[in-house]
Design a protein around this ligand. Structure first.
Ligand code: GRF
Length: 200
């Protein structure tokens, strides 16, 4: 299965996906990496693995729709079947959602629906929860609201900082994101309304 990854930053989830593909753990291939940040380390990672990669500068487009048309053109050019957001710091708009219905995934560093949006780990610490974690979900028009595919929980300790909690959660992100991709590639995800059933 051909994957396209959209990433705005360091790209550790991208790396986990690339590693899972290259080691044969999952039957997929990252065909293209696209970033809205020129300096994103994710682009360097793509380069190191000889994966086509592009910086698409939103400032050069008349509107978000025009920007997404360009992203879509690149995804199509590389035959992408599944789009994975990996630290992509933008809300996905209509152009991409229409082109890839229930075929865009995101990873979020909390147990959704708790703590959507930015700084989820900080929100968790400040709220005082004892358990947090991460969620892979399909993307819809909302902010971190789409149907949930997989979640993994981690404990929150009393001496945790935003950084120590983020690190513990990130380890789990790198486990469940490739797993969710594998399930999708094998046709094992059945979406029924808000619920995603995992077929045997
Ligand atoms: C991760 O915590 C992910 O859950 C969130 O953004 C962060 C991206 O990290 N959406 P990385 O760029 O994959 O290292």
């Amino acid at each position: 299965m051909k994957i396209g990854v959209l990433a705005s930053g360091r790209g550790s989830n991208l790396q986990a996906i690339i590693d899972a593909c290259e080691s044969g753990k999952i039957s997929a291939e990252v065909k293209v990496v696209i970033s809205d940040h020129k300096e994103a380390y994710a682009l360097k990672r793509a380069e190191m693995h000889k994966i086509p990669h592009y910086f698409v500068d939103i400032k050069k487009f008349k509107s978000k729709a025009h920007y997404e048309e360009e992203v879509l053109r690149l995804l199509k050019k590389h035959g992408v079947q599944l789009v994975c957001l990996a630290g992509y710091m933008r809300l996905v708009g209509e152009v991409l959602l229409k082109a890839y219905p229930m075929s865009i995934m995101n990873i979020h560093p909390s147990l959704l629906p708790a703590f959507p949006g930015l700084n989820a780990q900080k929100q968790a610490i400040e709220y005082g929860v004892k358990v947090s974690g991460c969620t892979v979900h399909f993307v819809d028009e909302g902010m971190d609201t789409g149907p949930i595919i997989l979640q993994s929980a981690v404990q929150v300790f009393e001496n945790d900082t935003e950084e120590t909690l983020a690190k513990r959660i990130l380890e789990q992100e790198h486990v469940i994101y490739p797993k969710a991709i594998e399930l999708f590639s094998k046709g094992k995800l059945k979406i029924e309304g808000r619920r995603v059933k995992i077929l045997e």
